[in-house]
Each structure stands twice: as C-alpha cells, then as structure tokens.
Write a protein that binds this ligand. Structure first.
Ligand SMILES: Cc1cc2nc3c(=O)[nH]c(=O)nc-3n(C[C@H](O)[C@H](O)[C@H](O)COP(=O)(O)OP(=O)(O)OC[C@H]3O[C@@H](n4cnc5c(N)ncnc54)[C@H](O)[C@@H]3O)c2cc1C
Length: 427
C-alpha cells in the first residue's frame, strides 16, 4: 500500500454548501486548523451557483423553530434541537457578518441583495482563502477507512490522505452515500423529491399556463394533501401545492412508480354542500343563462369552469334550467374532488432534492457526529433530511454544517486530539 501523502485535521468530502459552511466555521473557531475540502466536480459550489434560478434562495424568513420544522417532510421532529441552535435568524447574522446583505421577498424567501448566487460563492471562497482552507477540485474520494486516531481517504485519481476528522458533505448523490455505508452507516434509500406531476387529461388540455390559487390537491391513498397555487403545464400540473405534495409523498410515489390517483378540489374555500347550494341557486336564479358561460364562482378561471362543465356531461349551449340534478351533482364533484390519474413526474425547474440518506438516529444531532463511526461527522443533504422549496434545504445545510463545525473545532482545541503542529499561516 502506498504511503500517506498528506495529513489534515479535517478533510471535508464535498465542496458544496454544507462542506464550505462547515470548513469556514471550523477554521474561524479554531485558528490554525489544517482543513482540506475535496470536491469531485470541476468547480466547487456548483449547486449554489445554479440554485434559486441563479439567485440562490439562501434561507426562509421563518424564525420560529417549531414552525420551521414543518417545512421538512424528512427531519421535521429531529431538526427542532439543531434549529434551536442555528436557524434562519443566525443565517442572516452570519452572512451579514461576512459582508453579504440578504433580503426577504414577500413570500418569505431570502436572497442575496445582489440577486446573484455569485455573491454567496465569492463570500465562501473569500472566507476559505482568508482561513487557509485548501480546496481541491476534480478530486473524488473513493474510500474512507477508519485508521489509528483518524481516517485514511483514498482518492479516485490515486493517492491517500490522512484526516483526524472527516466531514461527509457529499450531498444527495446516491453513489457517494456509499462512503457513509462503508463507515458503518445504513441508508434510507435515496429517491427524488420536489417534482411536478404528469397528468394527461382532457379537462386540462390546452390550459397550459393557467393558474388556480388556491386548490387542494390530494393523494387519497396516501392520505396526503396540500393547499396552495396550482399551475397547469403542457404535461400536467405544477406550482407550489404540487411541488409540496411531491415532497411529502416522495417515498410513497416512488413505491407506486409515480402512478396514482389524485384529487383536486378547485374550490377549497367552500364546503361541498355550499358548492351544491350555489349550483342549485344558479339554476333557480339564472335559468336562461348557459351553464358554460355563467359560473357562480367568480374566482374560478372561466376556461377551467367550461372544461368542468363539459366533463359533467353538459353541452356548451345547455342552460341552467335544462341542467339535470345528476349533471349538477357531477359538476359539484368535479369542482370539489375531481379525480385525475398521475402518470409520471418531471423535474421542477431542474431543482430537486434527495429524500433519503443517512438515518438521523445514527447521528448525534447536537454535534452531527456519527454514532457508529467515531471522528466522522455528517452535514447537508447526505442526511435523511429534506425540505420543501423556499430556502429550507440550504438552511438544513447551514445548520447541520454549523453544528458539526462547532464540535470539530472544540475537539481540535483539546490538544490531545491535535495530530500535528498547526501550519504556518500566510501574512
Ligand atoms: C437546480 C437546483 C436549485 C436549487 N435551489 C435551491 C435554493 O434556491 N434554495 C435551497 O434551499 N435549496 C435549493 N436547492 C437544494 C440545495 O441546492 C441542496 O439541498 C444543497 O445544495 C445541499 O447542500 P450539500 O452541501 O449537502 O450538497 P451539495 O450542494 O450537492 O454538495 C455536495 C458536493 O459534494 C460533491 N461530492 C459528492 N461526492 C463526492 C466525493 N466522493 N468526493 C468529492 N466530492 C464529492 C458533489 O460534487 C457536490 O459538489 C436546489 C437544488 C437544485 C438541484
């Protein structure tokens, strides 16, 4: 076996959001730590660059810990403790302290004031440089083996490194999750979250671009539903309600091979009996008007109303007086619980996260220290934590990375853990 090429206090596997945040916080807490970030891609922080449509939705203006956890289909309960120590308010302070102004939009999403993810990248690269954090790109870690007082890491392009501590921050890539398995962890099988639904249905044909807000969209068999805006697309339905439902139902839908029955309540603000009463009233008060052109629900887009009327067996010329009780009952059902067949999924603006990863019971959530492999820490999407869209996934990366960094710095501070004298610092 070849000799060890280099030795570090901390090697971070993965030059993404969690990896950089942990490395910087560790260096800032323990002066002189020898830290190396290994990134298999050509560029570090590639996902940060493309995130939020190039603007990087850094976090969300939700400062109540209990409320915040509700945005995480996986990790909700477990994140209470971590968020009590580092939450979006801390993220704002951290970036401000590092020269980045963040601003909240009306819907709560928080972006850099510059409106470009490059600001976050510049901030991280600048802080890494100031703290002498070494960054090596196109350098994939292939093996991770516990060794005496640390770890040996094998690189795909050859060479071996020694690390006193390792932070696994390799993201949702299922291949790299095997590094956690090789360290003794199990895996909640990784499957995609945050996607749009394929639905081919005559009621939606030609309505692409139409938005209805709010709807309630449900997967009755999974007893899951979400309320919010829905957007009709060329291939089915998208929009916040759909994306959120995809996250909560990620595992169920994967098991169903993305085939399932959906229901949409187009008027979630009205009870079914109120809808039925409104239809009966329209029949009584506007008998000569055509059903297709005189809807008693002004908020519902006219084009959608016409499709639902048609789907209830009523022709374009049918008047309210001519509509039978059975047709009105069917129309009531189309309005309050229209059934659709889910036929597949697509990526949402190329944005997705991985549901699954290292189970949280295998990690000490106060420190992100592995419970099965001493000296190994985990942060970010490699953990079985994922949030809905809106900045929650980065917040998970910041929080878990920050916790890991505090603990690693603390351990490094205890000289008995220190493997070698600190490297001389530049300047
Ligand atoms: C298009 C898109 C847009 C998004 N926009 C947002 C947003 O605006 N707001 C938000 O909150 N979330 C967003 N997300 C989700 C968010 O980007 C992720 O949750 C977050 O990046 C996770 O951070 P991470 O550091 O855990 O993983 P990553 O950012 O994925 O970083 C992991 C890094 O590890 C590297 N790596 C993997 N294996 C190895 C290995 N063996 N050796 C060396 N390196 C390795 C990878 O190349 C990668 O660079 C978006 C996701 C996508 C895909």
């Amino acid at each position: 076996m070849s000799p060890i090429d280099e030795s570090y206090d901390l090697v971070v596997i993965g030059g993404g959001a969690a990896g950089f945040f942990a490395a910087i916080n560790c260096a800032e807490n323990y002066d002189g730590a020898r830290i190396l970030i290994l990134e298999k891609g050509r560029q570090p922080l590639a996902k940060v660059r493309i995130s939020g449509g190039g603007r990087c939705n850094v976090t969300h203006a939700c400062f109540d810990t209990a409320t915040l956890t509700q945005y995480y289909p996986r990790g909700s309960q477990e994140l209470r403790g971590p968020f009590s120590r580092f939450q979006p308010a801390d993220t704002l302070r951290w970036f401000e302290k590092h020269g980045v102004m963040l601003v909240a939009e009306a819907d709560g999403r928080i972006f850099p004031a510059s409106n470009t993810s490059q600001t976050i990248i510049d901030c991280f690269l600048g802080a890494a440089g100031r703290n002498n954090i070494a960054i090596r790109t196109q350098c994939a870690v292939e093996t991770l083996q516990p060794a005496e007082k640390g770890f040996e890491l094998g690189l795909r392009q050859g060479g071996r490194l020694f690390a006193r501590f390792v932070l696994l921050a390799s993201g949702g890539d299922p291949g790299s999750m095997q590094l956690a398995v090789s360290a003794g962890h199990s895996l909640a099988p990784p499957v995609p979250s945050l996607f749009t639904f394929h639905v081919q249905d005559p009621r939606l044909e030609g309505l692409s671009g139409l938005s209805v807000d709010p709807v309630e969209i449900s997967l009755p068999a999974a007893r899951l539903s979400q309320r919010g805006p829905l957007l009709v697309t060329h291939w089915g339905v998208s929009g916040p309600a759909v994306i959120r439902l995809s996250a909560w139902a990620a595992r169920y839908l994967h098991e169903q091979n993305y085939r399932a029955q959906l229901t949409i309540n187009w008027l979630p603000g009205e009870r079914p009996e109120e809808i039925s009463a409104a239809l009966t009233a329209a029949k009584q008060h506007t008998p000569r008007q055509q059903v297709a052109t005189h809807a008693p629900f002004p908020a519902l887009p006219a084009r959608l109303w016409r499709r639902l009327v048609q789907a209830s067996g009523m022709g374009a010329d049918l008047t309210w007086a001519e509509a039978t009780r059975g047709q009105l009952r069917t129309l009531g059902e189309q309005l309050s619980c229209a059934s659709f067949t889910l036929q597949g999924k697509s990526a949402f603006k190329e944005e997705f996260v991985t549901c699954g990863g290292v189970p949280l019971r295998e990690v000490d959530l106060r420190t992100m220290h592995s419970r099965v492999c001493p000296g190994l820490f985990l942060a970010g999407e490699v953990l079985d934590i994922d949030g809905v869209t809106g900045g929650f996934n980065f917040q998970n990366a910041w929080t878990t990375a920050w916790l890991a960094a505090q603990e690693i710095a603390l351990r490094l501070e205890k000289s008995s853990y220190f493997s070698a004298p600190p490297m001389p610092r530049d300047g």
